[in-house]
Design a protein around this ligand. Structure first.
Ligand code: UDP
Ligand code: MG
Length: 215
């Protein structure tokens, strides 16, 4: 598996003394893309394969809502309208999360950052704890395909933001507020594009090819 593949053990014997040097490559990835493009599905597959921590800020916020926490009730008012939860809230939440020990072994950020402000804040947070982003994978698909996928998901997801009007609004928010991140990450040579239309397995293989360059 990946862990054993990227652990290089060099053993030097010297009489009764053994020195073992182990290198482990830690990867931190970002998945970027419009609602419904398959970030969550692909993130699950990649996190299982490479043993990464899956951090979906949408899932974290929905958990906060179900637990009726302060942050949850604050976030709910934005989520129900299809708006973004304010940058400050997300950055505080992610600062806490990334400072926990389980974030030391590599993670995949699914759906965060969502604005340029959040990306800049994330850069600062990661710099402070000496983490670095290996690559940002952008998944894309055309608008009609995305809307029909989300409407289908809405039939069973029980999510409050999967009616047609809110879906359209979330798409708009993505293009206005989140898509500038494509240039932001392209400019610092982190962006890799993947076509989000096709078989789940084929898309997964495309992503694996990219990730293996870093692993
Ligand atoms: N959301 C947000 N910031 C985040 C993650 C989620 O504001 O970092 C809110 C936003 O209102 C968004 C909703 O939560 O429309 C659902 O996000 P999620 O990532 O689950 O949606 P997806 O894009 O995966 O369908
Ligand atoms: Mg998602």
């Amino acid at each position: 598996d990946w862990r054993s593949a990227c652990i290089l053990a060099n053993c030097f014997s010297c009489r009764n003394f053994n020195l073992i040097v182990i290198y482990v490559i830690i990867m931190n990835l970002i998945f970027l893309g419009p609602p419904g493009v398959g970030k969550g599905t692909q993130a699950n597959l990649i996190c299982n394969k490479y043993d990464l921590l899956h951090l979906s800020t949408g899932d974290i916020l929905r958990l906060e809502i179900s637990r009726k926490t302060e942050i949850g009730s604050f976030a709910k008012s934005f989520i129900d309208k299809g708006e973004l939860v304010p940058d400050e809230t997300l950055l505080k939440m992610m600062n806490n999360r990334l400072n926990q020990d389980d974030a030391l072994n590599g993670y995949l950020l699914d759906g965060f950052p969502r604005t340029i402000e959040q990306a800049k804040g994330l850069d600062l947070i990661m710099k402070k704890i000496d983490h670095k982003i290996e690559c940002v994978i952008s998944l894309l698909a055309d608008e009609d395909e995305l809307v029909s996928r989300l409407l289908k998901r809405g039939l069973t997801s029980g999510r409050s933001d999967e009616s047609i009007e809110i879906i359209r609004h979330r798409q708009q928010i993505y293009w206005n507020q989140t898509s500038p991140l494509l240039n932001y990450y392209e400019d610092i040579d982190l962006l890799m594009n993947v076509n989000g239309v096709g078989e789940i397995n084929d898309i997964n293989n495309e992503i694996i090819k990219i990730v293996n360059q870093y692993a």
